[in-house]
Design a binder for this molecule. Structure first.
Ligand SMILES: [Zn+2]
Length: 598
C-alpha cells in the first residue's frame, strides 16, 4: 500500500498522475516509483491505454480507486468505448486491468484504422502556464492526447508535441510537461491558417466525445445520417449519393493536414471509410476520429456557403480546386516550393500538396534553404536570448524554420537552455524564499523542483537555516574548566584519605570517583577530561601500596602501645591475611625495627 497518492487535476491522465507521484515521492529513479506503484520496475505505463490497473488500484491508499474508475476517469478509453462492440469493451477493460495492455490497440482495430496507434505526448503552452499558476504544477491533459486533436479546445492554439519516437525511447520514464527533456524535444505542431478552423472544431468535438455520457455521444451513425439527409447526400429512398459524398469529403479534406493521423483521408478515391459509416451497421467498429470527421464534414456541408444543394448537379467529373496548368508550370518549370505555389495560387499548402500528388508532380520535400546571412542574424538573436516567436516574427520566418536552425546549432541550443534554466532557477529560488518566510521548507511548492534541479543551492539554504535555528554546535559545557575542577577534587580526596586518622582506608579508583559525585560523566567523557583521568590513575592506590600503608600504620600502633612488632602481630593489626602481594623484606624491616627499638 502506498503512503500517499496525489489528487488528480481536471482532465488529467493517469500517466500524468503517476509522473507527479514520482516527482513528489522524491525517488531517485522512475524504476523505484514503478516498483512502488505496480510492483514492476520495468513496466511501461502507456499514456493512452495503460495496463496493470488492478495492481495499481490495490496499491492506492484509502480504497478510493477501483480499476474501472481509473479506466473511466484517467485514460482515453471513454473516447474509444462508444465505437466498440460490447465484446471489445469487455476485452479492453479486462486487458487494461491485467498485467499488460500490450496488444489491446491491435485487438480494438486502432492500428487497422490507418489512423495509427502511436503515442505522442501533447500539451498546450497556454494550459501549461495556467496550470502552473493555478495548481503549482503543469500536467498532461487527456483531451490533448486524443488522436486528431492538434489544437487546444480551450485556448484554440496549436499544441506542442513530443514526437512518438522520443516517447518510445523514454517509455520507461514518467515525464511531465515541464521536464527538461520534454522542453528540449517538444515542437509546436505546424497548423496553417486554412486548417485552423477545422482542427478547432475537431478538437471541441473530441473533447465532447471524451466527456460525453453514454447516449450523448455526438457523432453516432444516426447523427451522421441525419446530417447527410439534411445536406441532400441521402435521397428519399435512403440511397447514399456516393459521388456527392465524395465531392463534399474531397472539399473537406483539403482543410485538414495531410500527415500523421489525417494522412488516411488523403489517399484519394471514394472514401470508403465514410460510406461504411453512413451505411447500415454491420456490427463492425470504426475509429472515433472517423466518426467525428464525417460528422463535422456533414455539418459543414449543411451550411449554405460550402454545402451542396440537393438540386445541384454534382455527378459531373470533379474539377480540381487549383488551376492544373498553372500549378504544373510553377512546380515543374519554375521549381517553386509547395508553400510558394500555394501563396501564388491563393490556396493552402495542403491543397497544393494534394493536387500535386494527384497530378504526379515531383516536389522536393526538402525545406527551403535559408541564406547564410539571414541564418547568422537569426543565430545572433537566438544567442541574445530572444524568444523563438519574436525571432521568427522579426525575420519573417516560420517557427519550424527557427527550430530547425536551433537544432542545427546544438551549442546555441545548450546556451539558451542554460540561460533559460538560470532564469527559471532564479524565479523558483525567489518564490521559494518568499514562501519559506511563512511556511516550512518542505511545504513550499518549489521544494521538489529545486531538489531535482538546483540541489546544491537548496542544500546550502537548508544548512544555513539549520545553523541559525540550532546553534547547538557551540558546546554548552566548558570541558576544560570541568576537567581542571575534577582533577583538583580527586587530588584533594586522595590527600584526605591518606591523612585520615585511624585505620587506613584505601584510596581506590572507585573511592576517588565516588567522592566527585560525577562518576558517569567522568567515565563517558574520558577524551574530554584528560587531566581528571591522569590524576585518577596517579592517585588510585594499588593493593600492594595499600597493604604497605597498613603495615606502616600497624607498626606505629604497636610501638605506641609498647608491644613487640612481631610478624604475626603486625599482620593481625594490619588485617593482612595473605602476604602474597607484600615484599617479605618490607615486613622484615618492621620486625627488625622492633628489635632495635624495644
Ligand atoms: Zn490550452
Amino acid at each position: 500500500m502506498l503512503a500517499f497518492f496525489p489528487s488528480t487535476f481536471p482532465d488529467e491522465s493517469l500517466y500524468s498522475v503517476l509522473g507527479r507521484y514520482h516527482r513528489l515521492a522524491g525517488n531517485a529513479s522512475e524504476r523505484e516509483s514503478l516498483r512502488e506503484l505496480v510492483g514492476d520496475a520495468q513496466h511501461v505505463i502507456m499514456a493512452d491505454l495503460p495496463g496493470t490497473l488492478q495492481r495499481l488500484a490495490d496499491a492506492l491508499p484509502g480504497k478510493r480507486w477501483t480499476a474501472d474508475r481509473l479506466i473511466d476517469e484517467l485514460t482515453l478509453f471513454p473516447y474509444f468505448a462508444p465505437c466498440l462492440s460490447p465484446a471489445q469493451v469487455a476485452y479492453a477493460r479486462q486487458t487494461m486491468q491485467g498485467a499488460t495492455a500490450e496488444g489491446v490497440k491491435m485487438r480494438l482495430g486502432l492500428l487497422a484504422s490507418r489512423i495509427g496507434g502511436h503515442i505522442r505526448l501533447r500539451f498546450c503552452q497556454e494550459c501549461r502556464r495556467q496550470d502552473a499558476d493555478t495548481f503549482g504544477q503543469c500536467y498532461w491533459h487527456r483531451v490533448h492526447q486524443l488522436p486528431g486533436v492538434w489544437m487546444c479546445p480551450l485556448h484554440g492554439c496549436a499544441l506542442s508535441e513530443l514526437p512518438s519516437n522520443t516517447v518510445f525511447l523514454n517509455r520507461q520514464r514518467l515525464l511531465l510537461p515541464d521536464e527538461k527533456a520534454v522542453e528540449a524535444e517538444a515542437r509546436p505542431i505546424g497548423v496553417t491558417t486554412v486548417q485552423e478552423k477545422a482542427l478547432r472544431r475537431l478538437a471541441s468535438l473530441s473533447e465532447h466525445a471524451l466527456h460525453a455520457e453514454l447516449g450523448e455521444w455526438p457523432a453516432t451513425r444516426e447523427a451522421c445520417r441525419t446530417r447527410a439527409q439534411t445536406a441532400g447526400l441521402i435521397d428519399g429512398a435512403s440511397r447514399i449519393r456516393v459521388a456527392s459524398v465524395d465531392a463534399v469529403l474531397a472539399q473537406y479534406v483539403t482543410t485538414l493536414p495531410a500527415e500523421s493521423e489525417f494522412a488516411f483521408a488523403h489517399s484519394g478515391g471514394v472514401p470508403s471509410w465514410a460510406l461504411k459509416l453512413l451505411r447500415k451497421s454491420r456490427g463492425t467498429s470504426s475509429h472515433p476520429l472517423k466518426h467525428l470527421m464525417l460528422y463535422d464534414c456533414l455539418g459543414e456541408a449543411q451550411s449554405p456557403c460550402i454545402g451542396v444543394s440537393p438540386m445541384m448537379p454534382i455527378a459531373q467529373p470533379r474539377k480540381g480546386p487549383v488551376d492544373e496548368i498553372r500549378l504544373r508550370q510553377l512546380i515543374e518549370a519554375e521549381g517553386r516550393s509547395l508553400r510558394e505555389s500555394a501563396e501564388l495560387l491563393g490556396v493552402s499548402t495542403t491543397t497544393v500538396r494534394v493536387e500535386a500528388g494527384r497530378l504526379n508532380l515531383t516536389v522536393s520535400s526538402r525545406p527551403k534553404r535559408i541564406k547564410t546571412g539571414l541564418q547568422q542574424a537569426v543565430l545572433a538573436d537566438l544567442l541574445a536570448g530572444k524568444s523563438v516567436a519574436s525571432v521568427a516574427a522579426a525575420h519573417s520566418l516560420s517557427l519550424p524554420s527557427i527550430y530547425r536552425i536551433l537544432r542545427m546549432n546544438p551549442g546555441i541550443l545548450d546556451a539558451r537552455e542554460r540561460g533559460r534554466l538560470a532564469v527559471l532557477k532564479a524565479k523558483r529560488r525567489e518564490s521559494f524564499l518568499a514562501e519559506n518566510a511563512s511556511t516550512s521548507m518542505r511545504q513550499c511548492r518549489d521544494y521538489a523542483w529545486l531538489w531535482r534541479n538546483d540541489r546544491a543551492w537548496l542544500t546550502l539554504v537548508v544548512k544555513n537555516a539549520r545553523n541559525q535555528t540550532e546553534p547547538s554546535c557551540i558546546p554548552t559545557v566548558d570541558w576544560a574548566v570541568r576537567d581542571q575542577r575534577l582533577k583538583t577534587e580527586i587530588q584533594a580526596e586522595h590527600l584526605r584519605i591518606l591523612d585520615a586518622p585511624g585505620r587506613p582506608r584505601r584510596a581506590s579508583r572507585t573511592a576517588l570517583l565516588r567522592a566527585t559525585g560525577e562518576t558517569d560523566t567522568i567515565l563517558r567523557n574520558a577524551y574530554k577530561l584528560p587531566l581528571t583521568h591522569a590524576s585518577l590513575a596517579r592517585c588510585s592506590e594499588s593493593i600492594e601500596q595499600y597493604q604497605r600503608r597498613r603495615l606502616r600504620w600497624a607498626a606505629e600502633q604497636l610501638i605506641a602501645e609498647h608491644l613487640p612488632t612481631q610478624r604475626w602481630r603486625l599482620l593481625r593489626m594490619a588485617a593482612i591475611r595473605s602476604t602474597a602481594n607484600v615484599d617479605p623484606e618490607f615486613i622484615a624491616s618492621f620486625v627488625r625495627m622492633a628489635v632495635t627499638h624495644p
